[in-house]
Design a protein around this ligand. Structure first.
Ligand code: 4FV
Length: 276
């Protein structure tokens, strides 16, 4: 996998990559990350990359000439067909599905903005897709670019110590993660749930999925498939609602998750006072 990042702060990207799973993926040659600085595509003595916005208003805008030249220079170093992605708050939300999609590519280009962002004509001429890491405004696109590199790197075959981590990971099934415990068994008076000490892998798996389902229900019902969150607490049409799943969750876990989710919902259907 080859990634190029267009950024005014190449050292910010290089400096953050050499650690943990991403660092190991780089060392193992699973991933190669290059950078391109738009300042290298300026011709004036001040190496100017920004200018005042047409129409007035606060802040500065990145000049189109050095940005588009940098995008073209970096894109030329990538495998044919590599998408050019601009990190911006106006982009499509980055999720595990997008991360999986990018991890399946031979390469891609990330454009990190600064100031108020790119001249829109650079987006028209040099960008294929916009991605956002969240609904908040950052001072630059470098941290979002590093987020994309991190979430993609760990999906590359051979990047994780144990590939199961990727398969078993709850987000793969569209749920939040289950709680994790390690030694000691008793910590400041708090014990590890006995099922995790039982050695009964079927029970452990069931408990973990039940925990993931309950947490998702309580904290992120928006992640649950349509139709399952409509009747949490006894609205008229809620006979023990059947969970429906979109394709993504029809992975290895889906049958088990759908059965446990239906059990979870049935236990909350009207008349079952245990709102636990
Ligand atoms: C952002 C986000 C983001 C906007 C102006 C960079 C900043 C500055 N990128 N997800 N949220 N970008 O806030 O991706 O140029």
């Amino acid at each position: 996998m080859k990634i190029e990042v267009v950024t005014l702060f190449p050292e910010m990207i290089a400096g953050a990559l050499g650690f943990g799973i991403v660092g190991r993926a780089l060392d193992r040659g699973l991933l190669n990350v290059g950078t391109e600085d738009p300042r290298a595509h300026t011709s004036d003595v001040h190496r100017t990359v920004d200018d005042r916005p047409y129409g007035g208003g606060p802040g500065m805008v990145l000049k189109p000439e050095p940005l588009l030249a940098a995008i073209r220079a970096a894109h030329a170093r990538l495998p044919a067909g590599s998408p050019r992605i601009y990190l911006s708050a106006q982009g499509e939300p980055l999720g595990q599905a997008q991360a999986r999609e990018l991890a399946g590519l031979p390469g891609f280009l990330l454009v990190a903005g600064r100031y108020e962002g790119l001249d829109e004509r650079v987006v028209e001429l040099g960008i294929d897709r916009e991605l956002s890491i969240g609904d908040y405004v950052l001072s630059g696109g470098e941290l979002p670019a590093l987020v994309v590199i991190d979430t993609v790197a760990r999906l590359l075959p051979g990047a994780l110590g144990d590939e199961r981590s990727n398969v078993e990971e709850s987000f793969v099934a569209g749920l939040l993660d289950w709680p994790h415990y390690t030694r000691p068994e008793l910590f400041e008076g708090l014990a590890v749930p006995p099922v995790l000490l039982s050695g009964n892998h079927a029970d452990i798996r069931r408990w973990r999925l039940q925990q993931a389902i309950a947490r998702t229900w309580e904290r992120r019902p928006d992640l649950l498939p349509r139709g399952t969150k409509a009747t949490p607490f006894g609205s008229p049409q809620s006979k023990a609602p059947q969970a429906t799943f979109d394709d993504r969750t029809r992975g290895a876990l889906a049958p088990e998750v759908s059965r446990l989710l239906s059990e979870f919902l049935a236990a909350r259907a009207p008349g079952t006072e245990d709102r636990g």
